[in-house]
Design a protein around this ligand. Structure first.
Ligand SMILES: Nc1ncnc2c1ncn2[C@@H]1O[C@H](COP(=O)(O)OP(=O)(O)OP(=O)(O)O)[C@@H](O)[C@H]1O
Length: 261
């Protein structure tokens, strides 16, 4: 059953002397528990799609629904994780993790236990009273993940959350996030420029074209590559076959972008 639906979504950014047509006729669905990735040339509208789903702004045309209701009625169902962790340096890790419940007036005391449990699940049980500056980049991103999960969102939007990390940390976090989302049966949409990361984490990959942004092609990730360690996925023969197909599609989209700009 489709859970999140984007139906013929278009978006224009208007400014004083004109507008940019960022998205045209975007339609796709996300099932409950499904993980999809958006790949495409810079400026093709990946982040715009996430902003619309998160309710940050409304699309110019089309419909976005979650469980058949307009997404604007379900803002709290969406969790957003970005490239930067945006932790408050003057707050402890536990206070940072509890920011969501505080904002939404959820009972902070009862949420403390949940926060401590989630911190333990991401391997950070000993850092609750530390401050963000005392943690590495990978540890801070794990805190950001806890802060996103604590409000129990139905869908996680991940906008290049690992791109600022070193390769080893990135692979470890891909594994951790993938496993955690499966455990909690969360749906997720990942925006990335990394084909390997998209294959290692997703059930399905949507490649976008640009000027304006469209969905060009959908690639199903073979079942053999799912639920595996990110490093193991990258060694599988089917990984290389899919990687090459996606690479060719992206090359084509880059060429088209060059011709139209
Ligand atoms: N606030 C804005 N005002 C005007 N134009 C915008 C705004 N945000 C994005 N755009 C334009 O909309 C288009 C899509 O931008 P968007 O950031 O969604 O692309 P993207 O695929 O996420 O890019 P990248 O991969 O570089 O992060 C681009 O042409 C961009 O210049």
């Amino acid at each position: 059953m489709s859970f999140l639906t984007l139906d013929r979504v278009s978006h224009h950014y208007f400014y004083k002397n004109g507008y940019t047509k960022a998205l045209e006729n975007i339609s796709f669905t996300l099932k409950e528990g499904e993980f999809i990735s958006l790949l495409g040339p810079s400026g093709c509208g990946k982040s715009t799609i996430l902003s619309i789903i998160s309710g940050l702004f409304k699309q110019t045309e089309g419909h976005v629904t979650l469980e058949n209701k307009p997404i604007t009625e379900s803002k709290l169902a969406i969790g957003y994780m970005l490239q930067q962790d945006y932790l408050f340096p003057w707050k402890t890790i536990l206070s940072n993790a509890l920011l969501g419940p505080k904002i939404t007036n959820n009972n902070e005391d009862s949420m403390r236990q949940t926060a401590l449990q989630l911190l333990e699940e991401v391997g950070l049980s000993g850092v609750a009273d530390k401050y963000p500056t005392e943690l590495s980049g990978g540890m801070r991103q794990r805190v950001a993940l806890v802060r996103t999960l604590i409000n129990d969102p139905k869908i996680l939007l991940l906008d290049e959350p690992f791109s600022a990390l070193d390769y080893q940390t990135k692979l470890k976090l891909e594994d951790l996030v993938g496993k955690l989302l499966k455990t909690y049966h969360k749906s997720a949409i990942l925006v990335t420029h990394d084909i390997g990361e998209a294959i290692a984490m997703s059930d399905r990959i949507l490649v976008m074209g640009s000027n304006p942004g469209t969905i060009a092609k959908s690639f199903e990730v073979p079942i053999e590559l799912r639920n595996q360690l990110p490093l193991e996925v990258r060694k599988h023969p089917k990984y290389q076959i899919l990687f090459d197909k996606i690479w060719a599609e992206l090359e084509e989209k880059e060429k088209q972008k060059g011709r139209s700009s």
